[in-house]
Design a protein around this ligand. Structure first.
Ligand code: TRH
Length: 388
């Protein structure tokens, strides 16, 4: 980590956990990157330390204030609570439109130098995002302006998070048989599988399509090794394998399908799961992004929203990712993603028959995505201009 110089930028990042792990997952990743790569003094205020501790087990959920990996973490207890002393940072980020405490906003308005106020939005690949990115919104009562920062997959958006060291870490893992072997033994209790096996990681919400897919894998011609972190899909796996539960450490085998239940790991250890797999089923926002940086084919279970508001978002993501594929592979990818998200029945042979094309596209897509700059870098550059 860079040493915090006296004139280094102070940033308060507010995070309200709505559900699951993505809200705090994105904030924790961003906080670490702003601190370690840009030398910012980051204070992360989170309202749910228990969820946070799943991603960061060194966190002490009993503490109101602590320093973790160079970041000050405060338990944001009440919506109205803004830390013990209302000190306002140079940069204030409210993640995903969580409402800042009124006392904090009032203190922002009183500050001699106006802070840069960013509302970090959810990721969407839709075209309108580029039009709204960095648009200001004046506060109704105070002389303050909030800037909307939109992550996205295309030019003109804020991009997505990517640490500078990520590609090197992935390449080192891929190049080191001993590191991979150690990973397999630690994750599954056994060695890496035979090379003809297809390794599938499965991080997903409950999904009625899973039973059909498990049957196809069981009855398929070549071996499938399924790595399933314990979570919302575990109940369906337990039922399929006739077990009472499918907790971390459980194993099961049916036909050509072998499955291992993995423990939920600290966030930095999530990437090696993706690197150890041939194809990754991911969900939400942060794991969706990590799968893209893993440079392997992936299947996205998008966070379902009321009135099917997620459907255009799914298609917009496909529009970017599938664009470089030949028409038949593009159609198969679209069919499979739609089926995994409730429209149709997933056909594994149809999808995986395009493995070579999907693998090639995973590489070119990661390069395209990297060309728009990463979110923390884009944010740091924008705020630097504002602070001048
Ligand atoms: O958990 P998610 O579904 O999170 C979210 C939230 O539901 C949020 O409200 C919603 O708006 C958003 O999705 C779109 O999926 P996501 O975003 O992929 O977050 C999961 C995080 O958990 C990610 O940071 C990776 C991490 N993780 C670990 O740290 N260890 C693990 O073992 C696993 C499986 C995941």
């Amino acid at each position: 980590m860079l040493p915090a110089s006296p004139d280094s930028i102070a940033c308060d990042l507010f995070c309200a956990v709505i559900d699951n792990f993505g809200d705090v997952g994105v904030c924790w990743r961003l906080a670490r990157q702003l601190s370690s790569e840009y030398g910012w003094q980051v204070r992360l205020l989170v309202d749910d330390l228990h969820t946070f501790a799943r991603l960061c087990p060194t966190l002490d959920v009993a503490l109101d204030r602590q320093r973790v990996e160079g970041i000050v973490v405060e338990h944001w207890r009440e919506p109205a609570h803004a830390g013990d002393a209302v000190t306002v940072a140079d940069i204030v980020i409210e993640a995903f439109a969580c409402e800042l405490p009124p006392a904090y906003v009032a203190a922002m308005a009183r500050r001699a130098r106006q802070p840069v106020w960013i509302n970090l939005e959810y990721l969407s690949a839709e075209d309108w995002v580029a039009e709204c990115h960095l648009k200001p919104s004046p506060h109704a009562r105070h002389a303050l302006t909030k800037i909307f920062f939109f992550p996205g997959l295309g030019p003109g958006t804020g991009g997505v998070l990517k640490e500078r060291s990520l590609d090197d870490a992935r390449r080192a893992f891929e190049a080191s048989p001993s590191e991979r072997d150690a990973w397999w033994r630690q994750a599954t209790g056994g060695p890496a599988p035979e090379t003809e096996a297809t390794v599938v990681s499965l991080f997903s919400y409950e999904n009625p399509a899973i039973d059909g897919l498990l049957e196809q894998w069981r009855d398929g011609a070549s071996p499938i090794v399924l790595l399933a972190p314990e979570g919302r899909i575990s109940g369906a796996l337990a039922r399929f394998f006739g077990q009472r539960a499918f907790h971390a450490g459980a194993h099961a085998e049916r036909g050509n399908l072998r499955a291992h239940a993995l423990g939920f790991r600290p966030q930095p250890e999530f990437d090696p799961l993706l690197w150890a797999s041939d194809v990754n089923f991911v969900r939400g926002e942060d794991s969706f992004v990590r799968a893209q940086w893993a440079r392997r084919p992936f299947v996205w279970h998008i966070y379902p929203q009321a009135d099917a508001a997620h459907r255009p978002k799914l298609d917009a993501a496909l529009g970017h990712y599938a664009a470089g594929l030949a028409p038949d592979a593009q159609a198969a990818l679209g069919r499979f993603w739609h089926a995994w998200n409730g429209s149709g029945t997933p056909d594994w042979a149809d999808f995986w028959g395009h493995r070579a094309a999907l693998e090639a596209r995973a590489e070119t897509w990661a390069d395209e995505l990297a060309s728009i700059g990463d979110l923390a870098g884009n944010l740091a550059e924008f705020t630097k201009m504002q602070l001048k």
